[in-house]
Design a protein around this ligand. Structure first.
Ligand code: BES
Ligand code: MN
Ligand code: ZN
Length: 501
């Protein structure tokens, strides 16, 4: 998909599909208060083309509601698509992002290859903000997961034209559009990785994809495997990998902007389990196929690095991905085994299915060793987090108020939903071991939190944020603005957090 800008008058826009937002301007409440849909454009021709259908009451401008008109009178466009955002007060960048996704996903099944999207007229929402969000949403909406269907038809939208107000500052809008495109494409980069099945995307292949991206975007990188992992004494990481025929991959990407030699070094650490069988503590067969997405944390970090490399913030960033396959075989680790992590801490393995925290323990310690001053990790870490927050919010944890405040601010821009869960010594007590320094599970209750406490023991005093994306990395049912399958959650938030430095 190619996103571009036009400041042409709406009547003259030649396109297969012209998408315009509409809001319900009814402010009264109660049974007699009928929806009052109004277009979010002042353009006279578009307004008259839609006047009859708006008056009919058939279209209420509800959230993501659409209505398609053919051969709209007075317009050069072949079709006019109205997209509801709900109440007028809901108009913000997030509504625009979703609406752009809706436009693209309405076009795809109809074989429409070119979409034009009108930025809403609004005093509160600058057109640059809209343009950026629209580009993000268009790329996100364009993604479909049917990669391996042999009868697959590529229905991608080829041109997505954002129509800005005629009076707009063209170069500012172009910059915003470019930014949104990079972000949307980077989120899709992460989704493409997550979508790959375990047999196609082994740790080695994940390393190859990461290095190809690094070469393309100018990041420095090293990809290493068993020898280096053993040399670095990453006993926790290796313990997960030892039960698989597939070699592990330690992926390190570095973003070093020219002239930046001082200030923070951000460490992005991702869980890259390319398939999680549970190991000797084998998972039940039901839904086990989903465990190909157990590398979504790693994918989020790689997606964020791609965007960072292209958007060039003035801060140094190091990404560490620990990738392995969690398998049960003759060499696999067993419950009761004791492992020594890179930091020197000893870990009693209670459950080999609590493997994510093991690879991250060494990933966090390694990021610190490489000089990172601020850490963030992302992982599909616990089923308990899904129980706690459902598939609506991802979990967030932190040992540092300042870092977390920055992250929360990043969410305002990214529009992603994370909810902070607590940490505390009482939880840390739950993962004390009789034989070693720490054990890798804390029992049934508060499982997302004891997992976070485990990671905290390896982040130590370094400011650190942990994102548990287990419930949010895979979308079970399609939505009007995004396909079912890998969501690419956390790419945008991690990027914004990094840019805030
Ligand atoms: N990868 C899973 C967590 C997960 C669950 C991700 C559901 C996505 C959806 C993780 O490695 C795991 O197995 N966690 C265990 C921990 C337990 C053994 C303490 C869990 O959550 O059951
Ligand atoms: Mn597991
Ligand atoms: Zn796992």
């Amino acid at each position: 998909m190619n996103a571009k800008l036009s400041l042409a008058p709406l009547t003259q826009v030649e396109t297969e599909l012209l998408a315009v937002l509409a809001a319900d301007t009814q402010t009264e409440k109660g049974p007699d208060a009928k929806p009052q849909p109004e277009l979010l454009t002042m353009d006279g021709a578009v307004t008259s083309a839609a006047a009859a259908v708006l008056a009919s009451g058939e279209f209420k401008a509800g959230v993501n509601e659409t209505l398609l008109l053919h051969a709209p009178a007075g317009l050069a466009a072949k079709r006019l698509l109205l997209i509801g955002i709900g109440k007028q007060s809901r108009l913000n960048a997030h509504a625009v992002r979703n609406a752009a996704g809706v436009a693209v996903r309405a076009a795809k099944p109809r074989g429409i290859r070119d979409v034009a999207f009108v930025t809403p007229d609004s005093l509160e929402l600058p057109s640059t903000r809209s343009a950026r969000a629209a580009a993000e949403g268009a790329f996100i909406g364009d993604f479909d997961p049917d990669t391996y269907r042999t009868d697959r038809k590529d229905l991608s939208v080829q041109t997505f034209t954002v129509i800005g107000p005629e009076s707009a500052d063209q170069s500012a809008l172009e910059a915003a559009l470019n930014e949104g495109s990079i972000i949307g494409e980077s989120q899709n980069f992460a989704r493409t990785l997550v979508n790959e099945p375990g047999n196609k995307l082994t740790p080695t292949m994940l390393g190859r994809r990461a290095s190809a991206m690094a070469i393309e975007t100018g990041l420095k990188f090293t990809i290493s495997s068993t020898d280096v992992i053993k040399e670095l004494k990453m006993g926790a990481f290796w313990s997960v990998s030892q039960g698989s025929e597939e070699p592990p991959a330690l992926i390190v990407l570095r973003y070093e902007p020219e002239g930046v030699t001082e200030g923070p070094v951000l460490g992005l650490v991702g869980k890259g389990i390319t398939f999680d069988t549970g190991g000797i503590s084998l998972k039940p067969a039901d839904n086990m196929e989903k465990m190909k997405y157990d590398m979504a944390g790693a994918a989020a970090m790689l997606g964020a690095m791609r965007a960072i490399a292209l958007l060039k913030p003035r801060v140094r960033v190091i990404c560490v991905v620990c990738s392995a396959e969690n398998m049960p075989d003759g060499k696999a680790q067993k419950p009761g085994d004791v492992q020594t992590a890179m930091s020197g801490k000893t870990i009693e393995i209670i459950n080999t299915d609590a493997e994510g925290r093991l690879v991250l323990a060494d990933g966090l310690a390694y990021a610190k060793k490489l000089g990172c001053t601020h850490l963030i990790d992302a992982a599909t870490l616990t089923g308990a987090c899904v129980v706690a927050l459902g598939m609506v919010n991802a979990g967030a944890f932190s040992n540092d108020e300042t870092s977390f405040t920055r992250f929360n601010q990043a969410l305002e821009t990214s529009g992603e939903k994370f909810w902070r869960l607590p940490l505390g010594d009482e939880y840390a007590d739950m993962i004390k071991s009789d034989i070693a320094d720490i054990k890798n599970t804390g029992g049934r209750w508060g499982g997302a939190i004891t997992a976070a406490e485990f990671l905290k023991a390896f982040a130590e005093d370094t400011p650190w944020i942990h994102l548990d994306i287990a419930g949010m990395a895979w979308i079970e049912d399609s939505r009007p603005y995004i396909a079912k399958g890998p969501s690419g959650i956390a790419v945008r938030s991690i990027l914004e957090w990094a840019r805030s430095y």
